[in-house]
Design a protein around this ligand. Structure first.
Ligand code: FAD
Ligand code: MLT
Ligand code: ZN
Length: 456
C-alpha cells in the first residue's frame, strides 16, 4: 500500500491549523529520541491536536492515506514505545492539559490525557486529595502515557498501579471511532467489556487516550521517611512483614551500597549513613496518626537487623532522603547509555536474584556496570546496565532468562515497548499473544497505531 504523506499532512493542517503540524527537524528530532537516548527514530512531523474531534480526523486521515502514528505524552517511557522507529508521525497529546473540577464527594477528577502527573496532583491537593500513583518523572509524564503504560511507581503497595486509578476514559481507537467509557465516574457499572482496563497497558497500540476519569486518594496529612541500613537484601526482605504491618505504610524502596556510592558521586554529597551498609530501605509512612511513633515501633521490632537509620518528617529532610532513591535513574544515565529493565520475581527469590544478576551480566558483557534498585515492597527491581551498545540485547536477555526461570515477569511497570517484544511470547504464551493480536486487529484494523510496539 502506498502512503500519501503530503495528502495526510494537508488534511492535518486544515483540521489542526498549520501551527500544530510541526515539521521543523529541530523540534521533531528531539521528540523522536527517548529519555535514555537508547531509542532513536525519525519522523516527518509532530501533530499537536487540541480536541478529540481533531484526533478522530487525524486517525481517519491516517487510515485513508496509509500513515502510521505514534502517540506521545511526556516521552519519559523507558521501553522505546513513544519513539517513531520506522518514520511514523508523532501525535503529541500535551495540548490535552485541561483539569476538570475535582468531584470531592466521589474523590474523582476528569483530566486531559496530556496533563502531567504533577499538575493533576497539585490540582487535587487543594481538596486534600492526590493521585494514587507517584513517580520521579512526575513533572513531565502525562496521565495518558501513564494509562497507556499502566505505570507503577512509588506507592503501588498502598494504592495499586495506574489501572487501579482509572475509573473511566475517552479514547480514539485505531478505527477512528471515539469511545467514552464511564466518564461519569460510576463506581459500579457492569455493562460489558472493561474498555478502560483494556486500554491501560496497551501502550498506544489500540487507541489514543484523550481524557481520563481518575479516582483520587486522600492526601496524607503528614509523612515520615526513614532510610534504614541493613547488611544484605536477605535482611531487607525479612523486614517486610514488620513494615507491612504498619497502617500508614506507602513505600518500601530498595537501594544498595554500590548505587548509593554512585549517587553520592553524582550529587557530590557524602553517603547518608556512615559506615555505609550493604543495603538500604527507604520507607515512607503517610497519614494522620503518630507516624514517628509508628516507625519507631517498627525499628524496635526489627532490632539489630537495622544497623543504622536516618529519619525525617519535614519536607526538606524527606526530599533529601528520597533523593538517594530517585536520583538513581539520572546517576545511571550520567554513566552512559543505559539498558533498563523493570523486572519482578517472587520475593523469596529476591536475595538470590540480586546476588546472581551482576555475574550473569558480566558473563555476556564483560566490564559492564550493573545497577540494581527498585520497589522492593512490590517485588519489583530495576536492573540498569551500562556498557553494551544500544542494539546489543545480550545483557538484559541474560537477566530476563533468569527472571523467567524464577517465574517472574520481564515487565513490572514500564511495559514491553520495542525493548522486550521478543520476550512477550515466552512470558505470556502463544495463545495469549494470539488473543492480544485479535484484539489489536479489531480495534486497529489497519495496524496504524504504534506498529512494532508491544506485539511481535
Ligand atoms: P510517553 O513516554 O510519551 O509514552 C509511553 C507509551 O505510552 C508509548 O507507547 C506511547 O505511545 C503511549 N502513549 C503516550 N500517551 C498516550 C496517549 N495519550 N494515548 C495512548 N498512548 C499513549 N514508570 C513507572 O512505571 N514507575 C516509575 O517509578 C517510573 N519512574 C520513572 C522515573 C524517571 C526519571 C523516568 C524518566 C521515567 C520513569 N518511569 C516510571 C517511566 C515513565 O515515566 C512512565 O512509563 C510514564 O507512564 C510515561 O508517561 P509519558 O507521558 O512520558 O508517556
Ligand atoms: C524508577 O523506579 O526509578 C523508575 O521506574 C525509573 C528507572 O527505572 O530508572
Ligand atoms: Zn520504577
Amino acid at each position: 500500500m502506498v502512503s500519501d504523506l503530503a495528502g495526510f499532512l494537508t488534511t492535518c493542517r486544515t483540521a489542526l491549523g498549520a501551527a500544530h503540524v510541526v515539521t521543523d527537524p529541530d523540534v521533531t528530532d528531539a521528540q523522536a529520541t527517548d529519555w535514555t537516548g537508547r531509542w532513536r527514530g525519525s519522523t516527518p512531523a509532530v501533530l499537536r491536536p487540541g480536541s478529540t474531534d481533531e484526533v478522530r480526523t487525524v486517525v481517519h486521515a491516517a487510515r485513508r492515506h496509509h500513515i502510521a502514528l505514534v502517540a506521545q505524552g511526556g516521552n519519559t517511557g523507558l521501553v522505546g514505545g513513544s519513539v517513531p522507529h520506522a518514520g511514523e508521525v508523532i501525535v503529541d497529546l500535551r495540548r490535552f492539559d485541561e483539569l476538570g473540577p475535582v468531584d470531592a464527594p466521589a474523590a474523582q477528577v476528569t483530566v486531559g490525557a496530556g496533563a502531567t502527573l504533577a499538575a493533576v496532583a497539585d490540582h487535587a491537593a487543594a481538596h486534600g486529595l492526590t493521585v494514587g500513583v507517584d513517580l520521579a518523572a512526575r513533572d513531565t509524564a502525562t496521565i495518558g502515557g501513564m494509562v497507556a503504560t499502566n505505570a507503577g511507581g512509588l506507592h503501588v503497595l498502598r494504592h495499586g498501579s495506574m489501572r487501579a486509578q482509572v475509573v473511566g476514559l475517552e479514547a480514539v481507537l485505531g478505527t477512528g471511532d471515539a469511545v467514552t467509557a464511564n466518564l461519569a465516574g460510576l463506581v459500579k457499572d457492569n455493562t460489558g467489556y472493561d474498555l478502560p482496563g483494556l486500554l491501560c497497558g496497551s501502550e498506544g497500540t489500540l487507541g489514543i487516550v484523550t481524557r481520563v476519569r481518575l479516582r483520587l486518594v486522600p492526601r496524607p496529612a503528614a509523612r515520615v521517611v526513614g532510610l534504614l541500613g541493613l547488611p544484605t537484601v536477605t535482611e531487607a526482605v525479612a523486614a517486610l512483614p514488620v513494615l507491612r504491618s504498619l497502617d500508614s505504610l506507602q513505600a518500601v524502596e530498595l537501594i544498595l551500597d554500590s548505587g548509593t556510592q554512585l549517587v553520592a558521586g553524582h550529587l557530590g554529597l557524602p553517603v547518608p549513613l556512615d559506615p555505609l551498609p550493604g543495603c538500604l530501605l527507604l520507607v515512607e509512612l503517610g497519614g494522620a496518626g503518630d507516624l514517628l511513633g509508628e516507625l519507631g515501633s517498627a525499628l524496635e521490632l526489627l532490632g539489630q537487623a537495622v544497623t543504622d537509620s536516618a529519619v525525617a518528617d519535614d519536607d526538606a529532610g524527606m526530599a533529601r532522603l528520597w533523593r538517594w532513591r530517585e536520583a538513581h535513574s539520572e546517576a545511571a544515565a550520567a554513566l552512559g547509555l543505559v539498558h533498563k529493565a523493570d523486572v519482578t520475581v517472587p520475593l523469596s527469590d529476591m536475595p538470590a536474584f540480586v546476588a546472581a544478576v551482576p555475574a550473569r551480566v558480566q558473563a555476556v558483557a564483560p566490564g559492564a556496570t550493573t545497577l540494581l534498585y527498585g520497589h522492593l515492597g512490590d517485588g519489583n527491581l530495576h536492573v540498569n546496565v551500562v556498557g553494551p551498545a544500544a542494539d546489543d540485547d545480550s545483557a538484559l536477555d541474560a537477566v530476563f532468562q533468569l527472571v523467567v526461570d524464577l517465574g517472574g515477569s520481564v515487565s513490572a511497570e514500564h511495559g514491553i515497548g520495542v525493548a522486550k517484544r521478543h520476550w512477550l511470547e515466552r512470558q505470556r504464551g502463544s495463545a495469549a499473544v494470539d488473543a492480544m493480536g485479535a484484539i489489536k486487529a479489531a480495534l486497529d484494523p489497519d495496524g496504524i497505531l504504534n506498529p512494532g510496539v508491544l506485539l511481535p
